[in-house]
Design a protein around this ligand. Structure first.
Ligand code: GRF
Length: 185
């Protein structure tokens, strides 16, 4: 599931194709027509379905459409890789311990929107990213993997985002493998 540039999506596809991750990205779902993630899917040859939240009267209705797409694609795990919509218990309960999110902070610090801006405003010297299992509360749930990232003097939003994203691309495949291992156990 992606809403924006899709670099985490592409990182997951690369991890699968290099056999670092014993998995396959069966389907990308995007909500924003023409977003970078959709373009990457076309380039990478990954099936992509557009499920636009603007076509749904409620968050629950959007989640039901997502579930239908995932059932048809027979997915085992779902990754919110930059999905900029709040999901409801409809989706969370359909994929118990099978729904993963990546967030650009060391949770529980800086939940919600613009975590990088929040970290810069707070003046912290260390931030990072978190891959976690999704629970109904926003940006909460059992941590799978975290990476710490230093904030450098003179960092701006773009430079800090780029440093965090390099770590996101590293930890998200690890988190998928860990979530799968937890299910198998
Ligand atoms: C990532 O920073 C992720 O943590 C946040 O949204 C961003 C998505 O980036 N939830 P991309 O679309 O994967 O490039």
């Amino acid at each position: 599931m992606a809403s924006g540039a899709g670099s985490n999506f592409e990182g997951l596809v690369a991890a699968c194709r290099s056999q670092q991750l014993a998995a396959e990205v069966a389907l990308l779902v995007v909500n924003n027509p023409g977003c970078g993630a959709e373009q990457r899917a076309a380039r990478l040859g990954v099936p992509c379905q557009r499920i636009d939240h603007r076509d749904h009267a409620s968050r629950q209705s959007l989640d039901r459409a997502l579930i239908e797409a995932f059932r048809q694609a027979q997915v085992d795990l779902v990754v919110m890789a930059g999905w900029m919509r709040i999901v409801t218990p409809v989706l969370v309960d359909a994929y118990p311990d099978r729904l993963i999110n990546i967030h650009p902070s060391l949770l529980p610090s800086f939940r919600g929107l613009d975590a990088v801006g929040q970290a810069l405003a707070a003046g912290v010297q260390l931030t990072g990213c978190t891959a976690h299992l999704v629970r109904p509360e926003v940006d909460a749930g059992p941590v799978l993997v975290q990476a710490a990232v230093p904030v450098h003097a003179g960092d701006d939003h773009d430079s800090l985002t780029a440093r965090i994203q390099r770590q996101e691309h590293r930890i998200l495949p690890l988190a998928v493998a860990l979530a799968a291992a937890r299910l198998a156990a």
